[in-house]
Design a protein around this ligand. Structure first.
Ligand code: AMP
Length: 219
């Protein structure tokens, strides 16, 4: 089972993808996490991605597509995965649709987590993540028990360099112009499942699981 999680920055894709992957026993592939890990480790991939990420721009397709295909085709993902943050534009979606059938795979469904722009701005302003395990927090809405420390692993919490006001604006613009057209693309293929993301984390999770069950895709 291969499922894409689609949504604007701040829609809760990462949080939901982590929880639903655990529940359905699927791998979770997050393009943003892969880039952030590469950046932390100072690898060639991280160095190439850095300037784009800091400005809130998309990393070039040739780098991103190869990175994700390598992850999907790794043995750990043989039975399925949730793709979080990829594809992010039409060329990436088309590359995926071309590459997967060559390996006997296909995208089953696309979960679109819909959240209003006002709510997105509220969520992104104040977001913190763990440098070690990537668990997300919010300075006021979902703070950690000990300020600056991750509840899960004790790692340091930090503000993503692309969560500054300027970069947030840019990322939302990039989402509207480049990523939002994927909603039509997958609707036309009969693969889109829209879920109201403006609710509590648990309610959204149940909404996603129910939508997948309705398609016969969940245990
Ligand atoms: P995210 O954590 O998904 O918000 O991603 C953080 C940043 O990583 C984005 O703002 C982009 O710079 C880069 N990135 C993540 N996924 C992609 C993708 N599919 N295509 C291009 N750039 C990406």
């Amino acid at each position: 089972m291969y499922i894409i999680f689609l949504g604007a920055p701040g829609a809760g894709k990462g949080t939901q993808a982590t929880m639903v992957a655990q529940e359905l026993n699927l791998e979770h592939i997050s393009s943003g996490d892969l880039f952030r890990q590469a950046l932390e480790q100072g690898t060639e991939l991280g160095i190439k991605a850095k300037s784009y990420m800091e400005k809130g721009l998309l990393v070039p397709d040739e780098i991103t597509i190869q990175m994700i295909l390598d992850s999907i085709l790794a043995p750990g993902c043989a039975t399925g995965a949730i793709l979080d943050g990829f594809p992010r534009n039409l060329p990436q979606a088309k590359a995926l649709d071309e590459a997967l059938p060559k390996h006997g795979k296909a995208i089953d469904k696309v979960v679109f987590i819909k959240v209003s722009e006002a709510e997105l701005l509220k969520r992104l302003d104040g977001r913190l993540i763990c440098r070690n395990c990537q668990t997300p927090y919010h300075a006021t809405n979902a703070p950690s028990k000990v300020a600056g420390k991750c509840d899960e692993c004790g790692g340091e919490l930090y503000q993503r360099p692309d969560d500054t006001t300027e970069a947030i604006k840019k990322r939302l613009q990039v989402y509207s112009s480049e990523t939002a057209p994927l909603i039509d693309y997958y609707t036309q293929k009969g693969k889109l499942l829209e879920v109201n993301g403006g609710r509590s984390v648990d309610e959204v999770k149940h909404g996603i699981i129910d939508a997948l069950k309705g398609e016969g895709l969940s245990a």
